[in-house]
Design a protein around this ligand. Sequence first.
Ligand code: URA
Length: 476
Amino acid sequence: MGDRHHPGPTRVEHEARLEQPHVRLEGERSDTLVTRKGMPMRAVDVIMKKRSGEELSRDEMGLIVEGYVKGVIPDYQVSAWLMAVYFRGMSPRETADLTELMLRSGSTMDLAGIEGPFVDKHSTGGVGDKVSLILAPMVAACGVRDPMMSGRALGHTGGTLDKLESIPGYRTSLTESEFRSLIAADGYAMTGQSAQIVPADKKLYALRDVTATVESIPLITASILSKKVAEGAQALVFDVKSGPGAFMKTNADAEALAQSLVRTGTAMGKRIVGIITDMSEPLGFKVGNFFEVEEALDCLEGSGPADLMEVTYRLGGWMLVAGGLAKTVEEGVRACEAAIASGRARELFMANIRGQGGDPDRMLALRGSWRSSHSFELRSPAAGFIVGIDAYKIGLAGVHLGVGRNRTDDPVYPDVGLVFRKKVGDETREGELVCTAYGKDEASLAAARPLVESALAVAASPAPRRPLIIKEISAL
Ligand code: URA
């Protein structure tokens, strides 16, 4: 974790330690703070203080964050500060202050006048993770109001907005008043982040992406929580993915992120649960934008894959507990199962599609047949058991096929992705079909093929089963 050698404190560092800065020199747009003893403190002094591992005050972080949003502090200084945070970390107090500063950089959703409880779920990102599409109508059917603000495909992971937009006509950029009225009518709505919500995260995330500072627990915490608090949720359930297909590759890192989200969210007055779930193989059988809508529909009709339903029910159960609608997670899970069995969750899914401009009849007509004409099959190289389907490689293959993007302005395609016939633990014959991959063109298939082939591992005996729900951290 970088060079641990640090010279003794500079004069400025020493002064800064003795007293907390509190006012801006020459007004709001200033790039300098003044300490109580009248000492000027510039962005470079704040960077230096973090570089030497000291705790920053809220004002000092405000100088960087607010200064960056206003264009007073340049990219190169914010990049240096981000790298210092990456290596030195942040205390829980600093993380909470940063979250608050980011939240205040923009406006928040006003849900006044709609009856709650407002509860949302956030996943740290996975492959084949279409849980939000099933979960939102399912918990809405149980009485939760879910103001869901989602993201697009990021790196090798898929994006809820891209999946929803594969439904013909579906719009994900709702006005605040559309968002409010859809939540009031159907219990949930799905929108993207507007320019007014946490503008600090838009700028900081773009900079982190190109300065190798994404994988920092306090920075991820502040980024995720500021957006979730801005959307108006009173309670939040975090699905922190762990494994090769997740941003957090180990259970220890995933747990550290979950603890940070739970601690910081609780400090901000929210009811928080963090659940660590396995992301070593893709969730369910399908990866791809419209393909995942199809699988979500299967789940809403009671015929979803076991792994996907296990995660969805557990998250739903916790959402009901967090919203005060169930006493125990088991009671919450039973209510969620009933919402699927009665068809009420599916009804709300259809109502939401109509409410957001989509055409449910067209979606149903395309179900199972909307496939690109460019495809290849992966067949088992040997008889035995499937012992691995590497979610990271499948996610990357998906980007090549046209499910996700390499650049933020790349188009994504509805009719591409992967359809598996087997899951880890299944027995296979030699030459048996494991999956079919569909790509936007022949070149995309050529790029994806080695990734898909090397993602598959077959052995003579089955591997021990990994638990899907790894750990639950509740601050309720
Ligand atoms: N997702 C976010 O929204 N922010 C991060 O920092 C990482 C993942």
